[in-house]
Design a protein around this ligand. Structure first.
Ligand SMILES: NC(=O)c1ccc[n+]([C@@H]2O[C@H](COP(=O)([O-])OP(=O)(O)OC[C@H]3O[C@@H](n4cnc5c(N)ncnc54)[C@H](OP(=O)(O)O)[C@@H]3O)[C@@H](O)[C@H]2O)c1
Length: 232
């Protein structure tokens, strides 16, 4: 997809900035969307990308940003109680070209087909985080669930990339993935954020991931290496 144009929605965040770098490395033309106050976080890319500032759930902002794009990478975040993630996802699906590749980020807690098997720690974390988020009105995890439900039901060329726990660090390479949480390959539950971004950007050119919700884990983690050693 060299010389193609991609939009990164949520470009100023940690994941977003890694995606901008990977997209520029591939010589894509990059348009980034971020809140007005976060524009300075993209200063390091000045002159190498176009920035459209505004809320990512502002339909006019998204319409302008995704115009003519071959792919859209969206950081889905459930901030606030105003259906931010749902508004963002819906606007991207409504305004992106029908043939555009749409890649969305979320966590393992989202399930495409209900066949994921979650540890009690993960279930507890989701419950506690969900409760605290709603009590403080800072985040509504149900909004991210609804956003993904709409994406799964759409006939767009979507991929929802489900991230494990994240940490900063150098790239270890493209993460490995499974259709279902609970698969032993994912047991280490850790991915370097730079590689989460790498998977998102690589998915733009991987049509085998269309309408998949890969749950990812770092390719150098013990569980990924064990699976590779046992011939998976
Ligand atoms: N953190 C984890 O451990 C983890 C694990 C699995 C999956 N994920 C997924 O990874 C993706 C990125 O998450 P991240 O934790 O790594 O964070 P991140 O990359 O720093 O992204 C946070 C995003 O939220 C925006 N944001 C922050 N506060 C906001 C507010 N009050 N209103 C509107 N937007 C706001 C940020 O924009 P500004 O730059 O404007 O602040 C940024 O675009 C998400 O889809 C998340 O579900 C995260």
């Amino acid at each position: 997809m060299a010389n193609k144009k991609v939009c990164i929605v949520g470009a100023s965040g940690k994941l977003g900035r890694y995606m901008v770098q990977h997209a520029l490395d591939r010589e894509y033309e990059v348009v980034g969307v971020c809140r007005e106050k976060s524009v300075p976080k993209l200063d390091g890319f000045k002159g190498r990308m176009t920035i459209v500032s505004g809320s990512t759930n502002d339909r006019a902002v998204i319409e302008k940003a995704v115009a003519g794009c071959d792919g859209v990478l969206t950081v889905l975040v459930p901030w606030g109680m105003q259906h931010y993630a749902t508004g963002t996802a819906q606007a991207v699906m409504d305004f992106a070209r029908p043939d555009a590749r749409l890649i969305f980020s979320c966590g393992w807690h989202i399930s495409l087909d209900g066949k994921d098997v979650y540890s009690w720690q993960l279930k507890l974390f989701e419950k506690v985080f969900g409760w605290i988020g709603r009590a403080t009105r800072m985040a509504d995890i149900r909004d991210q669930v609804e956003a993904c439900r709409r994406i799964f039901a759409s006939d767009t060329r979507w991929t929802v990339v489900r991230g494990s726990d994240l940490k900063e660090g150098e790239s270890q390479g493209l993460p490995v993935w499974s259709r279902h949480v609970g698969d032993p390959i994912l047991a280490s539950n850790l991915t370097h954020r730079i590689d989460f971004a790498l998977f998102m950007v690589a998915a733009l050119e991987d049509d085998s991931l269309i309408r998949e919700a890969p749950a990812i884990v770092g390719c150098q983690t013990p569980s990924a290496l064990n699976a590779a050693g046992s011939g998976r």
